[in-house]
Design a protein around this ligand. Structure first.
Ligand code: BTN
Length: 244
C-alpha cells in the first residue's frame, strides 16, 4: 500500500470528517492516503450510533481514506487492530502508556483518550476501501464526563495539533506494515498484548444482566471471547458492555 498522508485536507468546521470523506468518495474525488482533519465537527459520530463531542481546535478529529489491495472481507478486525496499535504508538511517543478496550476504545488508567470509527466499503468478498475516523483528546482538559483524559492531562504540556497529526500519520504508516505483509497473526498478537483487562475478571453487562467475566481475547472475526458462567462465549459490539 502507498503511504498515507500524501494529501492532507484541513477544515475549520464540518459535520463529520467521516461524512466529508464519504461525500468526496461518492463523487469520485478521494484518493488513497488522503487525510481529512477538522478543527470542529458539528455532528461528530461515535461507535454504536453515539455522538462524538469535543471542544473545537483542542483535539484531533481526523479521517484517513485507505484503498486496500485484495483484503478479504473477514479482515475488518485486522484494520481495527492496525489503527488501535497506531494510536498506542503515537501515545508512546509522548510517554503515555495506554490500552485497547475491545474493540477500539483507547484508555489510559481506565479513562478514555481516543476512539475509532471505521466505515468499510465492501465489494463482493473484499474490503475495497476504508474511511477510518479517529478522535483523540489532545489539549482538552475539561470534560463533561469523569472517565475521559487527554495527552495534555497526562503530560501537562500543550501540543500543536498539526504536529500531533504528522506524528500520527507516521504511526499509521509504520503500523500498517504488518497489514501490508498479510501478517495477521502478529497483528492480532500485538493487539491482544495491549488489550485492556485481558485475563482479568471484569464486570460486564449482557442482556441487561450484570455478570463477572474474563476477557480471553478476540476471534479472527473480531468478536470478543469472554469466559462467562464457566464457558467461553463470543460477543459482538451490541451484545456486551463493560462496567468499570
Ligand atoms: C468512539 O469511540 O465512539 C469513536 C469516535 C470516533 C470519532 C471520530 S472524530 C473523526 C471522525 N469523524 C466522526 O464523525 N467520527 C470520527
Amino acid at each position: 500500500m502507498k503511504q498515507l498522508g500524501s494529501k492532507i485536507i484541513q477544515l475549520d468546521t464540518v459535520d463529520s470528517t467521516n461524512n466529508f470523506a464519504a461525500n468526496l468518495l461518492s463523487r469520485g474525488e478521494l484518493v488513497h492516503g488522503t487525510v481529512i482533519m477538522a478543527d470542529e465537527q458539528t455532528n461528530g459520530r461515535g461507535q454504536r450510533g453515539s455522538d462524538w463531542i469535543t471542544q473545537p481546535a483542542m483535539n484531533l478529529t481526523v479521517s484517513f481514506f485507505v484503498i486496500h489491495d485484495n483484503l478479504a472481507v473477514n479482515r475488518q478486525s485486522s484494520i481495527n487492530q492496525w489503527v488501535s496499535l497506531a494510536i498506542l504508538d503515537l501515545l508512546k511517543k509522548h510517554k503515555i502508556s495506554a490500552s485497547i478496550k475491545w474493540p477500539n476504545d483507547i484508555l489510559v488508567n481506565d479513562k478514555k483518550i481516543g476512539g475509532v470509527l471505521i466505515e468499510n466499503q465492501l465489494s463482493q468478498n473484499t474490503i475495497k476501501s476504508s474511511i477510518i475516523g479517529i478522535g483523540l483528546n489532545v489539549n482538552q482538559t475539561d470534560f463533561h464526563v469523569l472517565n475521559a483524559t487527554s495527552i495534555q492531562t497526562e503530560c501537562k504540556s500543550f501540543l500543536p495539533l498539526n504536529l500531533v497529526l504528522l506524528e500520527f500519520i507516521e504511526s499509521m504508516n509504520s503500523c500498517m506494515k504488518l497489514l501490508e505483509q498479510n501478517n495477521f497473526e502478529e497483528l492480532k498478537e500485538l493487539y491482544h498484548s495491549n488489550l485492556w483487562r485481558l485475563n482479568e475478571p471484569t464486570q460486564v453487562k449482557v442482556k441487561d444482566e450484570l455478570k463477572t467475566g474474563i476477557i480471553k481475547g478476540t476471534t479472527d472475526f473480531g468478536l470478543l471471547i469472554l469466559e462467562l458462567d464457566g464457558a467461553e462465549q463470543h460477543f459482538d459490539l451490541k451484545e456486551v458492555s463493560f462496567v468499570y
